[in-house]
Design a protein around this ligand. Structure first.
Ligand SMILES: Cc1cc2nc3c(=O)[nH]c(=O)nc-3n(C[C@H](O)[C@H](O)[C@H](O)COP(=O)(O)OP(=O)(O)OC[C@H]3O[C@@H](n4cnc5c(N)ncnc54)[C@H](O)[C@@H]3O)c2cc1C
Length: 393
């Protein structure tokens, strides 16, 4: 149990990771203050894939059904060759064999919807305080706690600090100090369409990935099928920090030239794209320093090719709360135990995501080899291949 009258645990950043951590800790009896830089708690307007492993974590938080309420369960995930139209591999998801193997579903949802579930439960929990317009600049350790300094100059004291401030984390600067994230040279354009804006013959209930030379396009329905999510990725030298920059459509067209009409017709539907420059970092295990520790993208930023960043952040939150509850009087030790639990699993996802990116963007013989390796697999073989990720937590 938490100490009576203890100072709150401070959480820097109110994204999926920060809110999941706040709620998980509050459920274990710890008061938490979430300090978010933005004027309101909000996720960007885009879809997110949720592997079975996140549902294992959400179930522990009692939130699985709430997240599923607005989600869409795709019947399958399919990779198609963007030049030939050939189906490279198709993995059934909404079938008994998948459910028996992983005991949890595969779903896709709108980021607002899953983030909204976390906001609601945090707001309703009397041990969580959510605060906006609080940009964390740095922190200092002071014996048995931390003092956070905001850009406004205000200082806030807590029992401990969880750095959930994402890819460009200030808290990481102080704990790890490994500079800026690594720019992958890949860029993602995203858009969301209403169902009626998608040509009827192109609307698919599945997660479809069109793999092209140095490009791919992913699309799938969201929010019980009412809207449609598109993410187009290509290689580019552009670099803009943040997750919401306006994108230049001409750049996109140049890279998708010559691809299947299904791909081009889908891209044509979009008037305005937003973009992300995709970054990651080398895995490290120094996420904890005394009473401060990292979680989510601040700890293990990864490319999105395994669709796992938010899943990993939610798993982190559950394990962090578990370890803190096991050792409430020695948070530095609890944080070390949490890092020990998490760093290899998340490192594997960081490294494997890069490999998947190479697979998706293969050209020439590499693309032929991709077909040769993936096409003959049975669904069971595909499930076994991803068991390390979907079967764990
Ligand atoms: C193209 C793309 C597709 C993706 N698809 C998937 C997917 O399908 N499935 C999946 O699981 N993951 C996916 N991800 C990854 C996922 O979006 C991230 O890993 C996840 O959002 C990380 O959550 P987080 O809370 O750690 O960080 P963030 O979501 O970045 O949240 C950080 C929060 O901290 C705040 N903040 C930042 N700095 C400060 C500061 N100094 N002080 C206070 N607050 C601060 C920010 O405003 C923000 O609210 C994808 C990523 C990309 C780029």
């Amino acid at each position: 149990m938490a100490k009576a009258n203890a100072l709150p645990i401070l959480v820097a950043g109110g994204g999926i990771g920060g809110l999941a951590a706040a709620y998980a800790l509050a459920r274990k009896g710890f008061p938490v203050r979430v300090l978010e830089q933005a004027p309101e708690f909000r996720e960007i307007g885009a879809g997110i894939q949720l592997g079975p492993n996140i549902f294992r974590a959400l179930e522990k938080l009692g939130l699985k059904e709430a997240v599923l309420a607005d989600a869409h369960i795709p019947p399958a995930m399919e990779m198609r060759d963007a030049l030939t139209g050939q189906s490279v591999t198709r993995i059934p998801l909404d079938v008994p064999a998948f459910r028996e193997k992983f005991k949890q579903p595969y779903a896709v949802t709108h980021r607002h919807d899953i983030h909204g579930v976390f906001i609601k439960v945090c707001r309703e929990h009397n041990l969580v305080t959510l605060e906006n317009n609080r940009t964390v600049e740095s922190f200092d350790e002071d014996g048995d706690g931390v003092t956070v300094t905001l850009v406004s100059g205000e200082r806030i004291t807590g029992r401990a600090l969880i750095g959930c401030d994402g890819m460009w984390s200030k808290i990481r600067e102080k704990i790890v100090g490994d500079g800026k994230p690594l720019v992958s040279g890949h860029i993602a354009y995203r858009a969301v369409l209403k169902r009626e804006e998608v040509p009827a013959d192109l609307w698919q209930p599945d997660v479809i990935l069109w793999a092209g030379p140095r490009t791919h396009l992913v699309h799938y329905p969201l929010r019980r099928g009412e809207i449609y999510n598109l993410v187009a990725v290509f290689h580019s030298k552009r670099y803009v920090e943040g997750w919401n920059a306006e994108a230049d459509a001409a750049d996109l067209w140049e890279h998708f030239q010559g691809q299947r009409p299904e791909v081009l017709r889908m891209l044509e539907r979009i008037d305005t794209w937003r973009m992300w420059v995709l970054c990651d970092r080398e895995p490290v295990k120094e996420w904890a320093k005394g009473h401060a520790v990292l979680l989510g993208d601040a700890a293990h930023p990864m490319l999105q090719y395994l669709a796992q960043g938010a899943c990993m952040a939610t798993e982190d939150a559950v394990w962090l709360a578990e370890k803190v509850a096991q050792n409430p009087d020695d948070l530095p030790a609890a944080f070390k135990a949490y890092v020990q639990q998490r760093y290899l699993r998340t490192a594997r996802v960081q490294l494997m995501a890069r490999v998947y990116g190479d697979f998706y963007h293969a050209r020439g013989p590499a693309a032929e080899l991709r077909y040769q390796l993936l096409n003959p697999r049975t669904p069971e073989q595909a499930y076994d291949g991803i068991d390390w990720l979907y079967g764990g937590m």
